[in-house]
Design a protein around this ligand. Structure first.
Ligand SMILES: Cc1cc2nc3c(=O)[nH]c(=O)nc-3n(C[C@H](O)[C@H](O)[C@H](O)COP(=O)(O)OP(=O)(O)OC[C@H]3O[C@@H](n4cnc5c(N)ncnc54)[C@H](O)[C@@H]3O)c2cc1C
Length: 319
Protein backbone atom coordinates (compact mmCIF):
# COMPACT_ATOMS: atom_id res chain seq x y z
CA UNK A 1 0.00 0.00 0.00
CA UNK A 2 1.39 3.37 -1.00
CA UNK A 3 0.74 6.04 1.61
CA UNK A 4 3.10 8.63 0.11
CA UNK A 5 0.07 10.39 -1.29
CA UNK A 6 -0.94 11.26 2.29
CA UNK A 7 2.39 12.74 3.28
CA UNK A 8 1.61 16.31 2.15
CA UNK A 9 -1.31 16.30 4.58
CA UNK A 10 1.11 16.75 7.48
CA UNK A 11 -0.05 13.53 9.15
CA UNK A 12 2.46 11.30 10.96
CA UNK A 13 2.85 7.85 9.36
CA UNK A 14 4.75 5.02 11.09
CA UNK A 15 5.08 1.38 10.05
CA UNK A 16 4.93 -1.83 12.16
CA UNK A 17 4.17 0.10 15.29
CA UNK A 18 3.39 -1.63 18.61
CA UNK A 19 -0.04 -0.36 19.62
CA UNK A 20 0.74 -0.70 23.33
CA UNK A 21 2.15 2.82 23.41
CA UNK A 22 -1.12 4.23 22.11
CA UNK A 23 -3.40 2.74 24.77
CA UNK A 24 -3.69 3.58 28.46
CA UNK A 25 -3.41 -0.16 29.26
CA UNK A 26 -0.02 -0.23 27.49
CA UNK A 27 -1.05 -3.51 25.88
CA UNK A 28 -1.35 -4.54 22.26
CA UNK A 29 0.81 -5.93 19.48
CA UNK A 30 1.72 -4.29 16.18
CA UNK A 31 -0.33 -2.98 13.31
CA UNK A 32 0.68 -2.60 9.68
CA UNK A 33 1.02 1.12 10.09
CA UNK A 34 -0.22 3.98 12.21
CA UNK A 35 -1.45 7.27 10.78
CA UNK A 36 -1.88 10.08 13.26
CA UNK A 37 -4.46 12.71 12.29
CA UNK A 38 -5.21 15.80 14.32
CA UNK A 39 -7.76 17.82 12.33
CA UNK A 40 -11.16 16.87 10.87
CA UNK A 41 -9.85 17.65 7.36
CA UNK A 42 -6.84 15.35 7.79
CA UNK A 43 -9.06 12.56 9.10
CA UNK A 44 -11.63 12.99 6.36
CA UNK A 45 -8.95 12.90 3.65
CA UNK A 46 -7.17 9.85 5.09
CA UNK A 47 -10.37 7.88 5.73
CA UNK A 48 -11.75 8.72 2.27
CA UNK A 49 -8.49 7.48 0.74
CA UNK A 50 -8.76 4.20 2.67
CA UNK A 51 -12.42 3.73 1.77
CA UNK A 52 -11.90 4.49 -1.92
CA UNK A 53 -9.07 1.97 -2.06
CA UNK A 54 -10.89 -0.67 -0.03
CA UNK A 55 -8.17 -0.78 2.64
CA UNK A 56 -9.43 -1.96 6.02
CA UNK A 57 -8.49 0.22 8.99
CA UNK A 58 -9.20 0.70 12.68
CA UNK A 59 -9.87 4.13 14.17
CA UNK A 60 -8.80 4.93 17.71
CA UNK A 61 -8.75 8.04 19.86
CA UNK A 62 -6.89 8.08 23.17
CA UNK A 63 -7.00 4.27 23.47
CA UNK A 64 -8.38 4.60 27.02
CA UNK A 65 -11.26 2.17 26.60
CA UNK A 66 -9.48 -0.60 24.70
CA UNK A 67 -7.65 -3.89 25.25
CA UNK A 68 -5.77 -4.61 22.04
CA UNK A 69 -4.74 -8.20 21.31
CA UNK A 70 -1.13 -9.31 21.88
CA UNK A 71 -1.08 -10.27 18.18
CA UNK A 72 -2.03 -6.72 17.25
CA UNK A 73 -4.17 -6.10 14.20
CA UNK A 74 -3.60 -7.00 10.58
CA UNK A 75 -4.56 -3.59 9.22
CA UNK A 76 -3.70 0.09 9.45
CA UNK A 77 -4.69 2.09 12.49
CA UNK A 78 -5.78 5.70 12.24
CA UNK A 79 -5.36 7.64 15.46
CA UNK A 80 -7.48 10.78 15.80
CA UNK A 81 -6.08 12.87 18.63
CA UNK A 82 -4.88 16.47 18.64
CA UNK A 83 -2.17 17.87 20.90
CA UNK A 84 -4.00 21.17 21.16
CA UNK A 85 -7.76 21.63 21.49
CA UNK A 86 -9.65 22.43 18.27
CA UNK A 87 -12.72 24.31 19.50
CA UNK A 88 -14.85 27.11 18.06
CA UNK A 89 -17.28 29.06 20.23
CA UNK A 90 -20.63 30.19 18.89
CA UNK A 91 -22.62 31.85 21.68
CA UNK A 92 -23.27 29.10 24.22
CA UNK A 93 -22.35 26.37 21.75
CA UNK A 94 -18.92 24.81 21.39
CA UNK A 95 -18.05 23.16 18.09
CA UNK A 96 -15.28 20.70 18.84
CA UNK A 97 -13.11 18.38 16.78
CA UNK A 98 -13.47 14.71 17.78
CA UNK A 99 -9.69 14.66 18.20
CA UNK A 100 -9.73 17.16 21.07
CA UNK A 101 -8.79 15.68 24.43
CA UNK A 102 -11.94 15.56 26.56
CA UNK A 103 -10.29 17.09 29.61
CA UNK A 104 -8.99 20.00 27.49
CA UNK A 105 -12.58 20.62 26.44
CA UNK A 106 -13.81 20.51 30.06
CA UNK A 107 -11.19 23.11 30.96
CA UNK A 108 -12.02 25.30 27.95
CA UNK A 109 -15.75 25.24 28.70
CA UNK A 110 -15.10 26.33 32.29
CA UNK A 111 -12.81 29.13 31.11
CA UNK A 112 -15.68 30.31 28.89
CA UNK A 113 -18.05 30.18 31.87
CA UNK A 114 -20.13 27.50 30.14
CA UNK A 115 -21.80 24.77 32.16
CA UNK A 116 -22.57 21.22 30.97
CA UNK A 117 -19.24 19.40 30.70
CA UNK A 118 -17.52 20.06 34.04
CA UNK A 119 -18.13 16.47 35.20
CA UNK A 120 -15.93 15.20 32.34
CA UNK A 121 -12.87 16.69 34.09
CA UNK A 122 -10.18 14.05 34.30
CA UNK A 123 -11.85 11.44 32.05
CA UNK A 124 -9.06 10.29 29.70
CA UNK A 125 -9.44 10.04 25.93
CA UNK A 126 -10.81 12.16 23.12
CA UNK A 127 -14.13 13.86 22.50
CA UNK A 128 -14.76 11.36 19.65
CA UNK A 129 -14.31 8.36 21.94
CA UNK A 130 -16.48 10.06 24.57
CA UNK A 131 -19.41 10.65 22.20
CA UNK A 132 -19.22 7.11 20.79
CA UNK A 133 -19.35 5.59 24.29
CA UNK A 134 -21.52 8.36 25.80
CA UNK A 135 -18.87 8.92 28.47
CA UNK A 136 -19.84 10.49 31.74
CA UNK A 137 -19.72 10.47 35.49
CA UNK A 138 -21.96 11.19 38.46
CA UNK A 139 -25.14 10.48 36.48
CA UNK A 140 -24.29 12.93 33.67
CA UNK A 141 -23.12 12.02 30.19
CA UNK A 142 -21.91 13.84 27.07
CA UNK A 143 -24.99 12.77 25.09
CA UNK A 144 -27.06 15.08 27.34
CA UNK A 145 -25.44 18.19 25.82
CA UNK A 146 -24.79 16.95 22.28
CA UNK A 147 -26.66 19.21 19.83
CA UNK A 148 -25.37 17.78 16.55
CA UNK A 149 -22.48 15.79 15.12
CA UNK A 150 -20.61 15.68 11.82
CA UNK A 151 -20.00 12.10 10.77
CA UNK A 152 -18.21 10.28 8.01
CA UNK A 153 -20.07 7.09 7.19
CA UNK A 154 -18.43 3.79 6.30
CA UNK A 155 -19.19 4.63 2.67
CA UNK A 156 -17.29 7.92 3.01
CA UNK A 157 -20.37 10.16 3.05
CA UNK A 158 -20.24 13.21 5.29
CA UNK A 159 -23.43 14.02 7.18
CA UNK A 160 -24.70 16.20 10.02
CA UNK A 161 -27.17 14.60 12.38
CA UNK A 162 -28.88 15.43 15.65
CA UNK A 163 -28.68 13.40 18.88
CA UNK A 164 -31.97 11.63 18.08
CA UNK A 165 -30.12 9.65 15.39
CA UNK A 166 -27.40 8.54 17.78
CA UNK A 167 -29.69 6.84 20.30
CA UNK A 168 -27.57 7.69 23.35
CA UNK A 169 -27.91 5.17 26.18
CA UNK A 170 -25.88 4.58 29.30
CA UNK A 171 -22.25 4.24 28.00
CA UNK A 172 -23.57 3.54 24.56
CA UNK A 173 -24.62 5.11 21.27
CA UNK A 174 -25.54 3.77 17.84
CA UNK A 175 -22.10 4.88 16.61
CA UNK A 176 -20.75 1.68 18.16
CA UNK A 177 -22.98 -0.31 15.82
CA UNK A 178 -22.77 1.78 12.64
CA UNK A 179 -19.01 2.33 12.81
CA UNK A 180 -19.54 5.91 11.53
CA UNK A 181 -16.65 8.20 12.32
CA UNK A 182 -17.18 11.33 14.36
CA UNK A 183 -15.32 14.26 12.79
CA UNK A 184 -16.71 16.96 15.08
CA UNK A 185 -19.53 17.69 17.49
CA UNK A 186 -21.53 20.71 18.61
CA UNK A 187 -22.25 20.86 22.35
CA UNK A 188 -25.06 23.13 23.55
CA UNK A 189 -24.06 24.54 26.96
CA UNK A 190 -25.52 27.07 29.37
CA UNK A 191 -23.91 30.04 31.13
CA UNK A 192 -22.64 29.12 34.59
CA UNK A 193 -20.61 30.45 37.51
CA UNK A 194 -16.97 30.15 36.47
CA UNK A 195 -15.53 30.11 40.02
CA UNK A 196 -18.01 27.47 41.14
CA UNK A 197 -17.17 25.32 38.12
CA UNK A 198 -13.43 25.72 38.72
CA UNK A 199 -13.90 24.58 42.32
CA UNK A 200 -16.00 21.66 41.16
CA UNK A 201 -13.28 20.69 38.68
CA UNK A 202 -10.57 20.79 41.36
CA UNK A 203 -12.67 18.60 43.63
CA UNK A 204 -13.39 16.10 40.81
CA UNK A 205 -9.70 15.87 39.93
CA UNK A 206 -8.86 15.37 43.61
CA UNK A 207 -11.37 12.53 43.92
CA UNK A 208 -10.09 10.90 40.72
CA UNK A 209 -6.51 11.20 41.93
CA UNK A 210 -7.48 9.56 45.23
CA UNK A 211 -9.72 6.77 43.91
CA UNK A 212 -8.53 5.99 40.39
CA UNK A 213 -5.33 4.29 39.27
CA UNK A 214 -2.42 6.48 38.29
CA UNK A 215 -1.97 5.52 34.64
CA UNK A 216 1.81 5.88 34.88
CA UNK A 217 2.12 3.26 37.60
CA UNK A 218 -1.12 1.29 37.08
CA UNK A 219 -1.99 1.11 33.37
CA UNK A 220 -5.68 0.27 32.83
CA UNK A 221 -8.78 1.16 30.83
CA UNK A 222 -10.94 2.43 33.70
CA UNK A 223 -14.05 0.55 34.84
CA UNK A 224 -14.14 -2.78 33.07
CA UNK A 225 -17.87 -3.52 33.29
CA UNK A 226 -20.91 -1.27 33.09
CA UNK A 227 -22.90 -0.65 36.22
CA UNK A 228 -26.00 -2.78 36.56
CA UNK A 229 -29.27 -1.47 35.14
CA UNK A 230 -31.93 -0.69 37.78
CA UNK A 231 -34.55 -3.36 38.20
CA UNK A 232 -37.37 -0.79 38.42
CA UNK A 233 -37.88 2.74 37.02
CA UNK A 234 -37.41 4.24 40.47
CA UNK A 235 -34.22 2.31 41.07
CA UNK A 236 -30.69 3.56 40.57
CA UNK A 237 -27.95 1.85 38.60
CA UNK A 238 -25.93 -0.35 40.94
CA UNK A 239 -22.14 -0.38 40.92
CA UNK A 240 -20.67 -3.42 39.18
CA UNK A 241 -17.75 -3.02 41.60
CA UNK A 242 -20.03 -3.76 44.55
CA UNK A 243 -21.16 -7.08 43.10
CA UNK A 244 -17.59 -8.00 42.23
CA UNK A 245 -16.40 -7.16 45.73
CA UNK A 246 -19.18 -9.17 47.38
CA UNK A 247 -18.37 -12.14 45.16
CA UNK A 248 -14.72 -12.05 46.23
CA UNK A 249 -13.45 -10.46 43.01
CA UNK A 250 -10.96 -8.11 44.70
CA UNK A 251 -8.51 -10.97 45.18
CA UNK A 252 -8.65 -12.32 41.65
CA UNK A 253 -5.64 -12.25 39.36
CA UNK A 254 -4.60 -13.94 36.16
CA UNK A 255 -0.97 -13.85 35.11
CA UNK A 256 0.01 -10.20 35.28
CA UNK A 257 -3.57 -8.91 35.24
CA UNK A 258 -4.71 -7.92 38.73
CA UNK A 259 -7.65 -6.11 40.33
CA UNK A 260 -6.94 -2.53 41.42
CA UNK A 261 -6.70 -2.47 45.21
CA UNK A 262 -9.21 0.39 45.62
CA UNK A 263 -11.79 -0.72 43.05
CA UNK A 264 -12.96 -4.25 42.23
CA UNK A 265 -14.22 -3.20 38.76
CA UNK A 266 -10.81 -2.04 37.49
CA UNK A 267 -8.22 -4.40 36.02
CA UNK A 268 -4.66 -3.07 36.09
CA UNK A 269 -1.55 -4.27 34.35
CA UNK A 270 1.25 -5.50 36.59
CA UNK A 271 4.64 -6.99 35.61
CA UNK A 272 4.48 -9.48 32.76
CA UNK A 273 0.84 -8.77 31.95
CA UNK A 274 -0.36 -9.46 28.42
CA UNK A 275 -3.72 -8.71 26.82
CA UNK A 276 -4.72 -12.39 26.99
CA UNK A 277 -4.32 -12.23 30.81
CA UNK A 278 -6.80 -9.35 30.91
CA UNK A 279 -9.26 -11.33 28.79
CA UNK A 280 -8.97 -14.38 31.09
CA UNK A 281 -9.35 -12.31 34.25
CA UNK A 282 -12.42 -10.53 32.86
CA UNK A 283 -14.02 -13.94 32.21
CA UNK A 284 -13.38 -14.98 35.82
CA UNK A 285 -14.93 -11.73 37.05
CA UNK A 286 -18.05 -12.38 34.99
CA UNK A 287 -18.26 -15.95 36.23
CA UNK A 288 -18.14 -15.17 39.96
CA UNK A 289 -20.88 -12.54 39.63
CA UNK A 290 -22.97 -14.95 37.59
CA UNK A 291 -22.46 -17.71 40.18
CA UNK A 292 -23.25 -15.57 43.18
CA UNK A 293 -25.93 -13.16 41.87
CA UNK A 294 -27.09 -14.71 38.59
CA UNK A 295 -26.17 -11.42 36.89
CA UNK A 296 -24.48 -11.05 33.51
CA UNK A 297 -21.91 -8.27 33.63
CA UNK A 298 -21.71 -6.25 30.42
CA UNK A 299 -18.33 -4.97 29.36
CA UNK A 300 -17.64 -1.24 29.06
CA UNK A 301 -14.09 -1.78 27.79
CA UNK A 302 -13.80 -3.00 24.18
CA UNK A 303 -11.51 -5.79 23.02
CA UNK A 304 -9.71 -5.36 19.72
CA UNK A 305 -8.45 -8.24 17.56
CA UNK A 306 -8.09 -11.89 18.29
CA UNK A 307 -7.88 -13.63 21.69
CA UNK A 308 -7.60 -17.32 22.52
CA UNK A 309 -11.01 -18.77 23.37
CA UNK A 310 -13.23 -15.97 22.05
CA UNK A 311 -16.72 -16.99 20.99
CA UNK A 312 -16.76 -18.02 17.32
CA UNK A 313 -19.63 -15.67 16.45
CA UNK A 314 -17.38 -12.64 17.01
CA UNK A 315 -16.27 -11.42 13.60
CA UNK A 316 -15.69 -7.70 14.19
CA UNK A 317 -12.22 -6.35 14.89
CA UNK A 318 -13.58 -4.29 17.82
CA UNK A 319 -15.92 -6.25 20.08
C1 LIG B 1 -8.33 5.92 34.53
C2 LIG B 1 -9.56 5.92 33.66
C3 LIG B 1 -10.72 6.51 34.10
C4 LIG B 1 -11.88 6.53 33.30
N1 LIG B 1 -13.00 7.13 33.77
C5 LIG B 1 -14.11 7.16 32.99
C6 LIG B 1 -15.31 7.81 33.46
O1 LIG B 1 -15.38 8.36 34.55
N2 LIG B 1 -16.41 7.80 32.64
C7 LIG B 1 -16.38 7.21 31.40
O2 LIG B 1 -17.40 7.25 30.70
N3 LIG B 1 -15.25 6.58 30.94
C8 LIG B 1 -14.14 6.56 31.70
N4 LIG B 1 -13.00 5.93 31.24
C9 LIG B 1 -13.04 5.24 29.92
C10 LIG B 1 -12.56 6.10 28.73
O3 LIG B 1 -11.74 7.15 29.16
C11 LIG B 1 -13.72 6.67 27.94
O4 LIG B 1 -14.51 5.62 27.45
C12 LIG B 1 -13.26 7.54 26.76
O5 LIG B 1 -14.34 8.33 26.36
C13 LIG B 1 -12.71 6.77 25.57
O6 LIG B 1 -12.17 7.70 24.63
P1 LIG B 1 -10.90 7.34 23.74
O7 LIG B 1 -10.62 8.50 22.85
O8 LIG B 1 -9.77 6.90 24.59
O9 LIG B 1 -11.48 6.13 22.88
P2 LIG B 1 -10.70 4.83 22.42
O10 LIG B 1 -10.45 3.97 23.61
O11 LIG B 1 -9.54 5.18 21.57
O12 LIG B 1 -11.81 4.14 21.50
C14 LIG B 1 -13.00 3.64 22.07
C15 LIG B 1 -13.97 3.31 20.93
O13 LIG B 1 -14.39 4.52 20.31
C16 LIG B 1 -14.09 4.51 18.91
N5 LIG B 1 -13.71 5.88 18.54
C17 LIG B 1 -12.75 6.66 19.09
N6 LIG B 1 -12.75 7.87 18.50
C18 LIG B 1 -13.73 7.84 17.54
C19 LIG B 1 -14.21 8.77 16.58
N7 LIG B 1 -13.72 10.01 16.45
N8 LIG B 1 -15.23 8.39 15.77
C20 LIG B 1 -15.76 7.14 15.85
N9 LIG B 1 -15.32 6.20 16.72
C21 LIG B 1 -14.33 6.56 17.56
C22 LIG B 1 -12.97 3.49 18.73
O14 LIG B 1 -13.01 2.92 17.45
C23 LIG B 1 -13.32 2.47 19.82
O15 LIG B 1 -14.28 1.57 19.35
C24 LIG B 1 -11.84 5.91 32.02
C25 LIG B 1 -10.64 5.33 31.55
C26 LIG B 1 -9.52 5.33 32.36
C27 LIG B 1 -8.25 4.72 31.83
Amino acid sequence: MNLEILENLDVVIQYNVPLAEFTTFHLGGPCKGLIQCQTPLQLETVVTYFINNNFPFLLIGGGSNLVISDQGVNCYVIRYLSNTPIIKRDGNDLIVSGSTILDDLAQYAIECGLEGLTYTSGIPGTVGGAVVGNAGAFGKQVGDVTKSVTLLTKEGIKKHVGPEELNFQYRDSDLKKTGDILLSVCFGLTPGDKIQMQNERHELLRIRHEKHPNLKTHPCAGSFFRNIEPTSKAGKRQAAGWFLEQAGGSKLKYGGAVIFEKHANIIVKSDGCCAQDVYELSKEMMQIVKDQFNLDLVREVRFVGSFKGIPTQIKDIVW
